[in-house]
Design a protein around this ligand. Structure first.
Ligand SMILES: NC(=O)c1ccc[n+]([C@@H]2O[C@H](COP(=O)([O-])OP(=O)(O)OC[C@H]3O[C@@H](n4cnc5c(N)ncnc54)[C@H](OP(=O)(O)O)[C@@H]3O)[C@@H](O)[C@H]2O)c1
Length: 320
C-alpha cells in the first residue's frame, strides 16, 4: 500500500498536462520546465480569500470535518470554513503539513484540529470521525475530499495500484460516510459534500482507475442521498475541473514558470473560462453547497470546472 498521495501520474494531472490533453501544446509535466519558457505573461487572477471574509459567520459554531486537509483543495477549504466561523477537524497522513495548516488557521483567529489518519484504514477513519465529533459536539458538515491520482493504461497498471486508487478515492469516501452518518442521524441533520472530479464525466485513455473511482463517488452520493434525505441529511458530489494544487503542479517548478504554463494551458484546455481553477475557488463552491443556500439540493453532481467538460463534449469529434 502506498503511503503517499502525491504522484505525477494522476489523471487530473493528465488533464492539466498539455501533453496528455487532447488539446496538447507542450511537452507534459516532466518537460514543463523546458517547454513553458515560450509562453509569456502571468497566470489568471485567482479567487480572493477576502471574498470569504465578507461572509464571516455563515458557519459560526458549526462543526466541519474534512478528509485530506493537509494540502490543496482540502486545505483551502479548511481555511475558508474557519474564516467563516466553523470549527474544523481535518485529516491527512502528513503530520507536519497537517500541523502547519492547523497553526495557520489558529494564527488567523480560526479554530481547527489536525488529526493524523489514513482514509484507507477503517479504524483510523472511525477514530478520526469520532474525535472530531466529540471535540466539536457532532458533525454539521463533512467534506470527503481525500484522493490520489493513478494515471496508467490498464494493462500497465498493477492490481496493487488499481486497488490503492479505489481504496483511497472510493472506499475512503464510503468509510468516511459510514462513520459520519451516525453522528448526523443523532442530530437529524447534516450536509456531506464528496469530491469527485470532472474526470468522472470525461475519461482519458490512462484514467481508468481514477475515472472509475470518481464515478463510484457519484454512485455512493446518489444512494446515500436517498438513504438519508428523509433524516434531514443532504449528500452531494462536487466535480472540480483541473485545479492548481500539488496534485497537478510538478514539484520544484518555479512560480514564474508555473504561472506562464498555466496561462498557456487555460485557453487550450478549458472552454469557457479558459483557465485552471484555484483551490480557493473550489473551496468557495464547497462552502456554498454546505450552506443553507442549497436546502433542496441532494444527490447531485455539481461541476465546477470553468465550462471545461461542457465545451469539450461539444468539440470532441473535431479535436480527437
Ligand atoms: N487538483 C485537481 O486538478 C483536481 C481535479 C478534480 C478533482 N480533484 C480531487 O480533489 C481532491 C483533492 O485533491 P487536491 O487537488 O487538493 O490534491 P492534493 O493537494 O494532492 O491533496 C490531496 C489530499 O488528499 C489527502 N490524502 C490522499 N490520500 C490520503 C489517504 N490515504 N489518507 C488521508 N488523506 C489522504 C492528502 O493528504 P496526505 O498526503 O497528507 O495524506 C491531501 O491532503 C482529490 O480527491 C482529487 O482527486 C482534484
Amino acid at each position: 500500500m502506498n503511503t503517499h498521495a502525491h504522484t505525477s501520474t494522476s489523471s487530473d494531472a493528465d488533464a492539466a498536462s498539455p501533453a496528455r490533453g487532447r488539446r496538447s501544446v507542450l511537452g507534459g509535466a516532466a518537460a514543463l520546465g523546458l517547454g513553458i519558457a515560450a509562453f509569456g505573461a502571468t497566470a489568471h487572477a485567482a479567487g480572493s480569500p477576502s471574498r470569504s471574509r465578507d461572509r464571516a459567520g455563515r458557519f459560526q459554531g458549526k462543526s466541519v470535518l474534512i478528509t485530506g486537509g493537509t494540502s490543496g483543495i482540502g486545505r483551502a477549504t479548511a481555511k475558508a470554513f474557519a474564516l467563516e466561523g466553523a470549527r474544523v477537524g481535518f485529516c491527512g497522513r502528513r503530520a507536519e503539513l497537517g500541523r502547519q495548516a492547523e497553526r495557520e488557521i489558529r494564527d488567523a483567529g480560526g479554530e481547527a484540529t489536525y488529526i493524523e489518519a489514513d482514509i484507507r484504514v477503517e479504524d483510523q477513519v472511525r477514530v478520526f470521525v469520532d474525535r472530531v465529533a466529540s471535540r466539536y459536539g457532532g458533525i454539521d458538515v463533512a467534506f470527503n475530499n481525500a484522493g490520489i491520482g493513478g494515471g496508467k493504461l490498464p494493462h500497465e497498471m498493477s492490481v496493487e495500484e488499481w486497488d490503492d486508487v479505489q481504496a483511497t478515492n472510493a472506499r475512503g469516501v464510503f468509510l468516511a460516510i459510514k462513520y459520519e452518518i451516525p453522528h448526523m442521524l443523532k442530530a437529524q441533520r447534516g450536509v456531506i459534500v464528496c469530491t469527485s472530479s470532472s474526470a468522472a464525466e470525461q475519461a482519458r485513455p490512462n484514467s481508468a482507475a481514477y475515472t472509475a473511482s470518481k464515478r463510484a463517488v457519484q454512485g455512493l452520493v446518489k444512494s446515500a442521498a436517498l438513504a438519508y434525505g428523509p433524516k434531514g441529511i443532504r449528500v452531494n458530489a462536487l466535480l472540480p475541473g483541473t485545479t492548481d494544487t500539488p496534485f497537478v503542479r510538478p514539484p520544484g517548478i518555479p512560480d514564474a514558470d508555473w504561472a506562464k504554463y498555466k496561462q498557456a494551458w487555460g485557453p487550450l484546455n478549458v472552454d469557457g473560462l479558459e483557465r485552471m481553477a484555484e483551490a480557493e475557488e473550489i473551496a468557495r463552491a464547497v462552502l456554498g453547497l454546505a450552506s443553507d443556500d442549497f436546502p433542496y439540493m441532494t444527490g447531485a453532481s455539481i461541476s465546477v470546472d470553468g465550462g471545461g467538460t461542457a465545451g469539450r463534449k461539444m468539440i470532441q469529434p473535431s479535436r480527437t
